[in-house]
Design a protein around this ligand. Structure first.
Ligand SMILES: [Zn+2]
Length: 252
């Protein structure tokens, strides 16, 4: 008998193939990215019940057959994120989250930090207000950078090493913040509340609740620096990022 494996993970993509099958992509804490073949899943929705839905955390059993991909034998739902009539904005944000996870995860590469970020981010997506996506998006992005180990230390000044509690400027994306003692009275200084939020998200990635930050030039600066850092780790622009960007244009 071919060997069977247990697989726990979150569904980040479904790709229909042939007439009846679906390739289900998962991110697992201990196995990284795993693609499995769900035979007959397009023909019968009962075949795997709710166990392969997008954004779901599932427990599965797979079998390594002769083909390239392991075959999904059983799947049961542990947590269904965004299952109760999500809004368009929530779906757009969650699509962004899973696309980032798809880019950052690797096969056979355990990444508990990325998995925790993915889980927390999807939980956050469930709670967001349709018309206030800007702050949670930034929280999710900072958490992502932190999970990948590429977020600069935002808690300490990159010049003097003292804390940034009184605010700071963020001119060089990679270097992080310069405190108000080193660079006083610079335009677009990030105010203490904004720095506090950035630090919090970098310490506890995307953990809800996320309080809405007021729109300001300083917030725009933080978004731009984060976008630069994301550009280092995401080789191509994400399709879902563009959709989200379109939604955010209407937000104050
Ligand atoms: Zn300083």
């Amino acid at each position: 008998m071919p060997p069977r494996h247990r697989l726990d993970g979150i569904v980040i993509r479904q790709q229909p193939i042939a007439e009846a099958d679906i390739i289900v992509s998962l991110v697992s804490a201990d196995q990284g990215r795993v693609d499995v073949l769900a035979r007959g899943a397009r023909k019968s929705s009962k075949r795997f019940a709710g166990g392969i839905a997008l954004f779901s955390e599932i427990s599965a059993v797979t079998e390594q057959g002769r083909g390239h991909l392991p075959t999904l034998l059983e799947s049961s739902l542990d947590t269904a994120f965004l299952h109760l009539t999500p809004t368009y904005g929530q779906l757009a944000l969650a699509s962004y989250v899973v696309e980032m996870a798809a880019c950052a995860s690797q096969p056979s590469h355990a990444d508990p930090g990325l998995y925790a970020w993915l889980r927390d981010s999807l939980a956050l997506c469930e709670t967001v207000d349709e018309h206030a996506l800007r702050t949670p998006r930034l929280a999710i992005e900072i958490g992502f950078l932190q999970a990948l180990g590429v977020c600069p230390d935002l808690q300490s000044c990159s010049q003097c090493g003292q804390d940034t509690a009184s605010g700071g400027t963020w001119q060089d994306a990679d270097a992080g913040l310069v405190c108000t003692r080193c660079l006083p009275a610079v335009p677009d200084t990030l105010p203490p509340a904004l720095v506090r939020a950035l630090v919090l998200w970098s310490l506890a990635p995307a953990e809800p609740p996320v309080d809405r930050l007021p729109a300001s030039p300083a917030l725009r600066v933080a978004e731009k620096r984060v976008a630069v850092l994301l550009g280092h780790v995401l080789s191509n622009p994400l399709r879902s990022a563009a959709a989200l960007h379109d939604l955010l244009r209407f937000e104050a």
